[in-house]
Design a protein around this ligand. Structure first.
Ligand SMILES: [Zn+2]
Length: 326
């Protein structure tokens, strides 16, 4: 039998509440709220990965729960729901930020001059707005009108076919690159949380990323690279070159109508100041840099296994410094 939406929320809640408990136990830490020690086995808590507010289980209940499943990447481009985020954060990011990223990715082939790539446009012809597409074709740009009300067809056809002076305005959307990057970063950040749990969220470098994704005037850069990614590197991989230090690369597949797919890659710093410096350097070079990366080998079970709970801190060599508390 298919699970109800509540049961799906509950599964995620339990998984990450358990991860939080393991993480804190490993640190020898105690959760204290209003001066009272909280036993996380009796009162599980989920911390929203985007704002770090704490939520008890009652927050997944009801018709309009505070914690909801977040599709990552957005459902419109084929994402699935593996984490919960809170209402405040959903409101903050809204749908328009994600839509900016989707538009940016959809339009990229056109600006890259790929064959047959088109871009949506609006044609204003004699005061009538008509949606359509611009399609490059050899040295020409073809204009294709999509929907045209029957009543206007004859009028516009006459205008277009009749020789003589006239003009039509063409508008194409201009995507806010920075906003699209913030959305891409959020997707990669949540992917990191999905895999590594709270060991990632409570790290200082993750706090810098949250600032970059929430605050348009943040001093912290966002490192998204144009990446003609091969299919083998979808998901999470670890960058080994140009440095032997562990930084992460998240490759997000965007699935469009018509079976098309386009990928975008976002770099996430590893757990030290040195990793952050690499991240900052790479964000300046973006398109010139090429990475050697290997796919993260053990995707499943990290957050539930006490032995793996600090995997974010380096599992391929010497672990770097771990937190003493958060
Ligand atoms: Zn939140």
């Amino acid at each position: 039998m298919q699970k109800s939406n509540y049961e799906k929320r509950e599964d995620i809640f339990n998984l990450y509440a358990n991860n939080l408990r393991i993480y804190l136990e490993k640190l020898g830490g105690v959760v204290r709220i209003d001066g009272v020690n909280i036993d996380l086995t009796k009162s599980p808590i989920y911390v929203c990965p985007l704002c770090r507010r704490m939520y008890a289980k009652s927050n997944i209940e009801g018709k309009d729960p505070v914690l909801t499943r977040e599709h990552n990447p957005p459902k419109a481009i084929g994402g699935d729901a593996r984490v919960l985020t809170c209402k405040t954060c959903n409101k903050f990011f809204g749908h328009s930020t994600d839509q900016t990223l989707i538009n940016d990715v959809i339009d990229e082939p056109f600006y890259d001059k790929e064959p047959n790539a088109s871009i949506d446009a609006t044609f204003n012809i004699q005061g009538h707005n008509v949606p359509g597409k611009i399609i490059p074709s050899q040295n020409l740009l073809l204009l294709e009108l999509d929907g045209l009300k029957k009543s206007k067809q004859a009028q516009i056809k006459k205008y277009i076919t009749k020789p003589g002076p006239g003009h039509a305005d063409i508008t194409v959307r201009k995507n806010d690159f920075r906003e699209a990057n913030r959305s891409a970063l959020k997707i990669a950040y949540l992917e990191m949380f999905a895999v590594f749990g709270y060991a990632f969220v409570f790290h200082e470098n993750a706090a810098r990323l949250r600032d970059a994704m929430k605050n348009p005037n943040s001093p912290y850069p966002i490192c998204r690279v144009n990446d003609k990614v091969d299919e083998n590197l979808l998901g999470m991989s670890i960058i080994k070159e140009p440095t032997n230090l562990v930084n992460y690369k998240i490759v997000v597949p965007f699935k469009f109508y018509g079976g098309r797919q386009r990928n975008t890659a976002i770099i996430i710093p590893g757990p030290s100041e040195k990793h952050w410096q690499n991240y900052v350097e790479w964000s300046k070079q973006r398109d010139q840099i090429s990475f050697t990366a290997t796919v993260y080998p053990k995707y499943q079970g990290v957050i539930t296994n006490p032995e793996c709970v600090f995997d974010y801190y380096g599992f391929m060599g010497e672990p770097v410094e771990r937190p003493v508390n958060y």
